[in-house]
Design a protein around this ligand. Structure first.
Ligand SMILES: Cc1cc2nc3c(=O)[nH]c(=O)nc-3n(C[C@H](O)[C@H](O)[C@H](O)COP(=O)(O)O)c2cc1C
Length: 204
């Protein structure tokens, strides 16, 4: 009996330790988002991802282009539960909330880029509000913006592409070049994503 109790305590400690380690890792990512923008490149890949599809797509694009990559996170992270996230995202959209995010890029930091790939999952037929926050915070004038996104039915991005056009003031937003991949197909789409980058002439 004692042994079982001891084993249970050890398992709990290990689980708690890894939980806190995970939190620390996420917080580091939140605080130091701009530290990785160090490559000699004119391409920046910026994305938001909740369940990981855009994370995969963004990394393939960054690898294929040789570009810098940065992940937008809500400072108040979205819950792990789908329903809770869906409810919060709906309320944020209905109320026009701009959630605080981890990324803050100055005009000087943006100077080296001439093309910005913007990635997002379609949320409630539009951009997630974190990306509204990002697009309103950054100076994209004079740059080429290329959207990439994932969905579970809104294959044309619903309102998201016209939202990017409105928010990315002064940018040349290539909505016609955007790539759209159903969430359930993302895992098998690395070649499609890389071929898309090549076709646009951005392969390194
Ligand atoms: C809060 C929320 C809202 C969503 N709204 C839509 C939607 O309006 N249209 C759609 O096609 N898919 C919608 N989806 C599905 C996501 O766009 C899709 O699962 C995407 O692949 C997720 O990308 P991620 O793994 O990078 O988060 C929604 C998902 C969530 C979590």
């Amino acid at each position: 009996m004692k042994k079982i109790r001891f084993t249970a305590i050890i398992i709990s400690i290990v689980m708690l330790t890894s939980l806190f380690a995970g939190c620390a890792e996420r917080n580091r990512a939140t605080q130091n988002a701009e530290e990785n923008l160090t490559k000699d490149t004119k391409v920046l890949v910026v994305y938001f991802s909740w369940s990981g599809h855009l994370d995969s797509m963004a990394h393939w694009i960054a690898d294929e282009t040789g570009g810098d990559i940065i992940r937008v996170l809500a400072k108040d992270e979205y819950p792990e539960s789908y329903n809770d996230t869906a409810n919060r995202a709906k309320k944020e959209k209905d109320d026009g909330v701009r959630p605080a995010i981890n990324v803050s890029l100055t005009t000087e930091q943006m100077e080296k880029y001439d093309t910005v790939f913007i990635g997002f999952p379609v949320w409630w037929y539009d951009l997630p509000m974190t990306m509204w926050t990002f697009l309103e915070s950054v100076d994209l004038s004079g740059k080429t913006v290329i959207p990439f996104f994932s969905h579970e039915g809104s294959s044309d991005g619903a309102s998201s592409l016209s939202t990017i056009k409105t928010l990315a003031k002064g940018a040349d937003v290539k909505t016609g070049d955007a790539i759209s991949i159903r969430g359930s197909k993302v895992a098998d789409s690395e070649k499609d994503v890389r071929d898309w980058v090549k076709g646009l002439g951005y392969s390194k």
